[in-house]
Design a protein around this ligand. Structure first.
Ligand code: 4AD
Ligand code: MG
Length: 555
C-alpha cells in the first residue's frame, strides 16, 4: 500500500516550471515534482568522489528554464545519463534560493523518478545558451523535435494565447462560436483552389486487390453457367412430368433459382473494371463517390457562416482552411487556420470597425500575456516586434479607398516589380509599401474593383467597385480580408453568372436572400499571418507546428 502511494503521488502532483519561476523566492523550501526536457546540462567534478550536475530544464509552460542541481549520490549512476540536451527527467526536489540562478531560484533534486535518455551524438538539435542562434530554416527539418526549441515553444504559446484571446474577444462582443463544415461542395472564393475529397481512388485500389484475388468471370464462364441453368430447368420439368414428390421438386427448384442468381452475379461482376469509374461520356462517375458528387476541403467557412449570421446575428468560427494554390511564398500555407466573423445588420464601416478592434485586442493581449515570448522575439527575430504591437494596439488604422491606394502607389512606380494601374490586384510589395513606408501603421484599403474580388461582395452604386476591405499590416501585408455581402438576390445572381458559377449549386445560399434577406458583413483573419506579424518571423512555415505546403504533408 505504502509503495502504491509513493508511485502515484509525485507524478500526479507535478508542478509546472512557470509557476515556480513566477513565485520565485516565495516557494523556497517547498518540495515539488517537476518534469521536462534538458536544454543544457553540465557535469562538474567528474571522476571526483562527489560529482554534481546542473541541468537547465524546460517543460513548455514558459520561456525560461529552471536550473536543477543534482548530486551524483542522489542518482546512483553516471550523471552523464542526465546531461545531454533533449533528455527528459521527472524529479522530486526542493526549491531553494540561488542568487546566481537567472530566476533567483533553483531546484535541489532529492530523487530522480524518470529519465528518457538521449544519445548526444545523434540528437539533431544543438545545445544553445539562449536559443537565439538557431536558424529557423535548419530546425524546420525536425518539425517533430523543434517544439523543444526556444523559438517554436514561444511561437506555440503565442498561438495558444491568440486562440484564447480570439474566443474572449468575440464572447465579450456577443458573438456565438459556431462550427462550419470542412467538407463542402462549393468554392467559396470562386478561385478554383480546392483540394478534392474522394474515396474513388481507395475504392479503385480495393477493387483491384479484390479482382486479383477473385478475377471477374469471363464470357465463357458465364455461358457455362447459363448452360447449367438450362440443365437445372430441364431437371425441374422432368421431375414435374414424372410426378415426383413435392420435396424432390422443391429441392430442384431452389437449385435452379440459385444457379440463376449465380449467373446474374457473374454478369454483374464481369462488368467490374479496375480504376476510376467513368461515365459513357468520359466524365468521372461521381455518383459512385462517397458523397455522390464532387466534394472538397473548405477554402473558407464564409458561405455557411452567412446562413448562421442570418439566423443568429453575430457568429464566428475558427478552424482549418485549405487552399491548393501552388504557392511557395513565405506567406502562404496549403492548410492554415482562419478566424471568420460574420454579423447581420452591418455594413462595410461596421466590418472595418470590428476588424480593427479585434486586431488591437489581439496585440494588447500579447503585450499583457506573452511578455517573455515577445522579448525573445525582439532578441532573436525582430527588434521592432514589441514596439510594433504597442503601436498597433494604440494607433487608429488608416483607412483609404483602393483608388487612393493606387494613386499613392503610382507615385512610387518604378519601386515595384509589378506595374501599378487601376484594376490590378495589389501585390504583397504594394501592400507592404503602403503600411510600412507610407503610413507606418495598419491600413485598411476598401472599395476594390469588382473584377478582382469574390462574387459575394456587395456591388457599389457605381457598378464598378465592391464593398470589400483588406487590413494590411507591417511585415506581412494582408492580414484580414472581408466585405459587406451582396444581400440583393438579383444582383447576386448576376454576379454569380458573370463569375461562371453554377447557380443550382448555390441555391441554398441564394435562399438566404429569398427569405428575409438582411444587410450583413464579415471578415477572415489568417492566424498564421497574425503570428508572423506579431513575432517578426520571416516564414509562415515556422508559426505552425506541422506546416503543409506543396510537396510537404508528412510528419
Ligand atoms: O482574403 P481571404 O481569401 O478571405 C476569405 O477567405 C473570406 N471568405 C473571409 C471572410 O470574409 N469570411 O482570406 C482571409 C485571410 C487572408 O487575409 C490571410 O490572412 C489568410 O486568410 N490567408 C492565408 N493564410 C495563409 N496561407 C494562405 N494560403 C492564405 N490565404 C488566405
Ligand atoms: Mg484576401
Amino acid at each position: 500500500m505504502a509503495e502504491e502511494t509513493e508511485m502515484l503521488d509525485p507524478r500526479s502532483s507535478r508542478t509546472r516550471i512557470r509557476s515556480i519561476l513566477d513565485a520565485g523566492d516565495a516557494m523556497a523550501g517547498r518540495r515539488v515534482v517537476v518534469g521536462g526536457w534538458v536544454r543544457a546540462g553540465r557535469e562538474q567534478g567528474h571522476g571526483a568522489p562527489d560529482p554534481f550536475a546542473f541541468l537547465d530544464v524546460n517543460d513548455g509552460s514558459c520561456q525560461g528554464n529552471l536550473q536543477l542541481f543534482v548530486k551524483g549520490e542522489v542518482v546512483g549512476y553516471p550523471l552523464a545519463r542526465l546531461t545531454a540536451t533533449g533528455t527528459s527527467v521527472l524529479v522530486e526536489a526542493v526549491v531553494r534560493r540561488d542568487e546566481r540562478a537567472k530566476h533567483g531560484v533553483e531546484l535541489a533534486v532529492t530523487r530522480v523518478l524518470e529519465v528518457g535518455e538521449v544519445d548526444a551524438a545523434a540528437y539533431p538539435l544543438p545545445k544553445t545558451k539562449t536559443g537565439c542562434s538557431l536558424d529557423p530554416a535548419y530546425i524546420r527539418d525536425f518539425v517533430h523535435l523543434r517544439p523543444r526549441t526556444y523559438l517554436i515553444s514561444a511561437v506555440t504559446r503565442i498561438r495558444s494565447e491568440l486562440s484564447f484571446a480570439t474566443d474572449k474577444y468575440f464572447r465579450e462582443n456577443d458573438f456565438l462560436r459556431v462550427h462550419t463544415p470542412i467538407v463542402t461542395t462549393s468554392d467559396c472564393e470562386g478561385a478554383g483552389q480546392m483540394f478534392q475529397v474522394t474515396t474513388l481512388f481507395s475504392q479503385a485500389k480495393k477493387l483491384e486487390a479484390e479482382l486479383k484475388e477473385n478475377p471477374a468471370p469471363s464470357q465463357a464462364d458465364i455461358d457455362a453457367a447459363k448452360l447449367s441453368v438450362k440443365a437445372k430447368g430441364d431437371i425441374v420439368a422432368q421431375l414435374k412430368s414424372a410426378q415426383a414428390t413435392k420435396e424432390e421438386i422443391s429441392a430442384a427448384v431452389s437449385d435452379l433459382k440459385k444457379a440463376k442468381e449465380d449467373v446474374l452475379t457473374m454478369e454483374e461482376r464481369s462488368k467490374l473494371k479496375p480504376g476510376i469509374p467513368y461515365r459513357e461520356d468520359g466524365s468521372v462517375a461521381f455518383e459512385k463517390d462517397f458523397f455522390k458528387c464532387p466534394s472538397y476541403l473548405t477554402v473558407s467557412g464564409q458561405l455557411h457562416l452567412e446562413t448562421l449570421a442570418c439566423s443568429l446575428g453575430n457568429v464566428y468560427t475558427f478552424g482549418p482552411t485549405f487552399r491548393a494554390e501552388n504557392s511557395h511564398t513565405s506567406r502562404h500555407l496549403a492548410e492554415f487556420w482562419m478566424v471568420e466573423a460574420e454579423f447581420a445588420f452591418a455594413n462595410l464601416q461596421d466590418d472595418m470597425d470590428c476588424a480593427e478592434s479585434y486586431v488591437k485586442y489581439l496585440c494588447q493581449w500579447l503585450l499583457d500575456h506573452c511578455q517573455e515570448e515577445m522579448e525573445f522575439m525582439v532578441k532573436s527575430q525582430d527588434k521592432e516586434a514589441i514596439k510594433r504591437l504597442k503601436m498597433v494596439s494604440s494607433t487608429p488604422f488608416e483607412r483609404i479607398s483602393y483608388t487612393k491606394a493606387v494613386d499613392i502607389l503610382k507615385d512610387a512606380d518604378g519601386k515595384f516589380e509589378n506595374k501599378v494601374e487601376w484594376g490590378i490586384d495589389l501585390a504583397s510589395e504594394h501592400e507592404r509599401y503602403l503600411t510600412e513606408v507610407v503610413f507606418k501603421k495598419p491600413v485598411i484599403v476598401f472599395n476594390y474593383p469588382k473584377g478582382i474580388k469574390a462574387f459575394y461582395m456587395r456591388l457599389n452604386d457605381d457598378q464598378k467597385r465592391v464593398a470589400a476591405m483588406d487590413v494590411l499590416v507591417p511585415k506581412v501585408g494582408e492580414l484580414i480580408g472581408g466585405s459587406q455581402r451582396e444581400e440583393r438576390l438579383d444582383v447576386l445572381e448576376q454576379r454569380m453568372l458573370d463569375a461562371g458559377l453554377p447557380l443550382e449549386q448555390y441555391d441554398k445560399y441564394l435562399d438566404i436572400r429569398r427569405y428575409g434577406t438582411v444587410r450583413h458583413s464579415g471578415f477572415g483573419l489568417g492566424l498564421e499571418r497574425m503570428i508572423l506579424f506579431a513575432t517578426g518571423l520571416e516564414n509562415i512555415r515556422d508559426v505552425i507546428a506541422f506546416p503543409r505546403y506543396p510537396g510537404r504533408a508528412d510528419v
